[in-house]
Design a protein around this ligand. Structure first.
Ligand code: ATP
Ligand code: MG
Length: 261
């Protein structure tokens, strides 16, 4: 479905001494995302995960490389075509609260993509929003509230409801559970695993925690310094990781891992 070829992103700026500085956030990355499959992308902070996600979502232009969707190069698509394709790709941003408009009610936030991309009647829209709230286990009373009146876990659920609202083909979850306390984090991850059974999309989970990566998917990409250093399909256990960097990430795990959960 989605094919990424030698994708790179460099950022240039001038430092305080006026010297030009370049960071290669994503360095010649290639991978394929197949329909209805689940992937985890794991790497330390600063390894380029969010940048890669923004490139896939076309929120930023790559410095080099190609993104092909159904074998069509996204850079060759017209604005109009791209807009239509955007509906097929949704992302839950790393900064959950920041991506929720503070002045909009939760109802208006969830209904926005539905209004933009589907033509439903008012009643159908309302029914869909209620159905989504139930799916992500949000009490219906919160629909009339503003984002700051919700807990961190509830805000994440709003972002998830919004992302699944128009049945996208790919949903990218960037650090969806980080910043939440342990029990809430587990609840959000388990909700996503349940949704994965109900909604046939491809899922890309981005995390700095290899424990979470393994818990969420069997297809794992390990990213270091802007590069995918290891890519495993159908992972069975932590022992499948071969790259030294992956092993180091495992080594730094707290004692409890999914294998002895
Ligand atoms: N807009 C930008 N301008 C300049 N440099 C940037 C920009 N965005 C990211 N970077 C740099 O690119 C590198 C990768 O950043 P990125 O946010 O993609 O990492 P990440 O893996 O998502 O990290 P984290 O786990 O902390 O979210 C970092 O060195 C970062 O400082
Ligand atoms: Mg990030």
């Amino acid at each position: 479905m989605l094919s990424v070829k030698n994708l790179s992103k460099k950022y240039n700026w001038k430092n305080e001494n006026g010297k030009r500085v370049t960071v290669t956030a994503v360095n010649s990355v290639s991978f394929n995302i197949v329909e209805n499959q689940t992937y985890s992308l794991v790497g330390e902070s600063g390894s380029g995960k969010s940048t890669l996600a923004r490139l896939i979502m076309r929120l930023e232009e790559p410095t080099a490389g190609d993104i092909l969707l159904d074998n069509i190069n996204l850079s060759k698509m017209s604005r109009q075509e791209l807009r239509k394709k955007r509906a097929e790709f949704q992302m839950v941003m790393q900064d959950g609260q920041g991506s929720l408009n503070p002045q909009m009610t939760i109802y208006d936030i969830i209904v926005e993509p539905i209004k933009n991309f589907l033509s439903l009647s008012r009643t159908e829209e309302q029914r869909r929003v209620q159905e989504l709230a139930t799916q992500v286990e949000l009490p219906l009373q919160v629909l009339s509230r503003l984002p700051h009146q919700l807990s961190g876990g509830q805000q994440k659920r709003v972002c998830i409801a919004r992302a699944i609202s128009i049945n996208p083909r790919l949903i990218v979850f960037d650090e969806v559970a980080s910043g939440l306390d342990t029990t809430i984090k587990k609840k959000v991850l388990d909700l996503l695993l349940r949704l994965r059974q109900q909604i046939s999309s491809s899922y890309l989970f981005i995390t700095h925690d290899i424990d979470v990566a393994v818990y969420m998917a069997k297809n794992i990409m390990v990213m270091k310094d802007g590069m995918i250093v290891e890519s495993i399909e159908g992972l069975k256990s932590f022992a499948d990781f071969q790259h030294e960097y992956s092993k180091m990430l495992i080594q730094f795990l707290p004692p409890k891992s999914p294998e002895n959960r």
